[in-house]
Design a protein around this ligand. Structure first.
Ligand code: KG4
Ligand code: ZN
Length: 337
């Protein structure tokens, strides 16, 4: 089954064709980062407008690259939430128009479940159950994937998402948007033990996260330095901040896996491309004898192939979505509509 999938929930306009949920035929990604960079973050209205302009071309590119025609496509998958409502609506309206005119099924996909499915594309042998740490710009969730359609959230952030913390700290350090890759790079030149930023482990037996205290602590540190007219070593601040985030993410993921006796863990979402997180999670999983999976960086950040994978499992387990499917900015994980 060849599914064409569309992802427009934030600032990437992406179209993929995925076969049977596991094989990427093509995965075209147009990133609007250059356009939003000068504003220091994503401007929703500008994102929507650029999806309108770009999406038809990206669909043509995907067909051209695959050598397929619209007649070869068996269904259309689309991320219909969570995300920016205007941006989601562009992908969803296009998907509906295509499904209706081609008379093929429309399949709605939860964006975060899509991030989880990125690991299915990377590892054909991977099957649920497993525990996933999903860390993106809007989410920091520990999700127990019981089967392809059953998800249990075992922990989540009480305030900022991990990616949001990276983006905000990057901004105050003058490293720009998106913050994750910039901090990742700067950290390689810095000393991660230079500054002892707080680690919010919260309740030891719970698996929730909190990153707002860490963010305030970085701000206070920078303000104190500025007031005393002292030199700020940006690379050291970046590296120390990154280590504080990564230590908490790794410790909570391992503790959560142990508490439910789960031997397989995955990481997913934009922040899972972070080099320190990949390194530290690999070390910890090896120490604990856990199998660890993480996608190639291009499948960690927003892309349509992950939506195509999840669309396949939604379809074979629950059939098509109705053409009245709506974009839902706050769509809860595990919701079927
Ligand atoms: O999953 P994603 O592409 O979009 C959302 O669904 O939010 O994640 C984007 C987030 C941004 O906050 C970005 O700064 C972060 O992922 N990110 C990273 C890295 N690459 C992207 N964070 C840390 N290290 C990275 N290398
Ligand atoms: Zn995402």
């Amino acid at each position: 089954m060849k599914i064409m999938s569309i992802e427009t929930s934030c600032d990437e306009t992406s179209v993929a064709i995925v076969e049977d949920g596991r094989k990427i035929i093509t995965n075209r990604i147009y990133s609007q980062i250059d356009i939003h960079q000068k504003y220091g973050g994503v401007v929703p209205e500008i994102a929507s407008r650029n999806h309108v302009i770009k999406l038809p071309y990206i669909i043509d590119e995907a067909l051209e690259e695959s050598g397929l025609s619209l007649g070869d496509i068996d269904a259309i998958g689309v991320a219909n939430g969570p995300g920016l409502v205007g941006a989601l609506l562009i992908g969803l309206s296009t998907a509906k128009a295509m499904a209706y005119s081609l008379d093929i099924p429309l399949i709605g996909v939860h964006h975060i479940e899509g991030h989880i499915a990125a690991n299915f594309l990377q590892y054909p042998e991977l099957e649920p159950p497993f525990l996933t740490l999903v860390v993106s710009g809007g989410h920091s969730h520990l999700v127990l994937v019981k089967d392809y359609q059953t998800f249990e959230v075992l922990g989540k952030t009480r305030d900022d998402a991990a990616g949001e913390a990276f983006d905000k700290v990057s901004r105050v350090l003058g490293l720009g948007y998106p913050g994750g890759p910039a901090i990742d790079e700067a950290s390689k030149k810095g000393n991660a033990s230079a500054i002892d930023f707080p680690r919010a482990f919260l309740d030891k037996d719970r698996f929730d996260f909190s990153f707002s205290g860490l963010k305030s602590s970085v701000l206070n540190y920078l303000n104190r330095k500025k007031m005393k007219d002292e030199v700020i070593n940006v690379n050291d601040v970046a590296a120390s901040f990154q280590m504080a985030v990564v230590e908490v993410l790794v410790a909570k993921t391992i503790a959560c896996a142990k508490s439910i006796n789960m031997k397989t863990i995955c990481i997913a979402g934009g922040v899972s491309s972070n080099s320190l997180l990949r390194e530290k999670m690999t070390e910890a999983a090896a120490t604990e004898g856990l199998a660890l999976y993480f996608p190639a960086p291009i499948l960690c950040t927003d892309n349509a192939a992950m939506i195509g994978s999840m669309a396949y499992y939604n379809y074979i387990n629950g059939g098509a979505s109705d053409l009245s499917l709506n974009a839902i900015p706050g769509l809860k994980i595990g919701t079927r509509i």
